[in-house]
Design a protein around this ligand. Sequence first.
Ligand code: ATP
Length: 285
Amino acid sequence: MNEFQSTPPPVLRVESLSKTYEGQTAVDALSFDVRPGEILGLVGPNGAGKTTTLRSIVGILPVKQGRVLVCGYDVMLHEAEAKRCLYWVPDDPQPFDALTVWEHLEFTAALYDVRDWKERAEELLQRFELVEKRDALGGELSRGMRQKLAFACGWLTRPRLVLLDEPLTGLDPRGIRSAKRAIAEVAAEGSSVILSSHLLEMIEELASRILILDRGHKVFDGTLAEARSSIAGVEGGSLEEIFLKVTDGSLPAGRTSVQGGAPAGAPGTARPEGGDWSGGGAGSP
Ligand code: ATP
């Protein structure tokens, strides 16, 4: 990049986000950016604060300490604009019992004001192996099918930011392969992705940058290459080795081993906490 080129603005900026539950700190002064086209792997041990962070970003949990900007919109001040930019696929999407698969796509297109959506919806039914389930009701879908429908609805909106919480749970081997391909493709088309998972091999395969949380703190933020070159004892190591090293308690809590990876690139479904199906969406029926 020369001096005349500037870094594109982040699709997501999290500034000093903190969250406590009944006095217990779940996330502590967490800051990070996600840039256009970037796939950020969000990892950490159980209870590290990953879900709390994701729920704060998508507006399920109110941001009372710190600030979250999605596409430049403060999620607390411009909630509808921020939500319109993102799509949230929780780990167990719950479609509406009374809508068919096709009606979910139709509903999502209306909610996100997607024009000429039908052709893309047909293509997404194919891509996520839902053609035969086109007229099945939400309540008739298996867990894996619900996951695939959440992907299809999310991809239909071409979100600037997609948030995926354990996206491979419940998928069969073919579904896993198509989901991984779909994640890589949506990022290649310009969407930014936050991929939260304990499946470190998948993160290693797909993510362009890794954010590791431990007990509410950021303990690493950067690329795998940066981790290998900056953390003693993991040269040439896998993400698993890096993960185990930075979360073994030997680093002081709150230490960021490497800050800010290379900038990487764009727009997400489902149902937040018993709420609406279109989790990132601007509203619910
Ligand atoms: P996991 O990998 O197990 O899903 P996580 O990284 O997603 O964990 P969070 O679910 O964000 O972690 O939890 C962070 C901390 O906040 C944990 O100590 C957890 O017990 C606590 N916590 C989360 N949700 C609540 C809640 N609704 N009420 C009280 N404490 C909570």
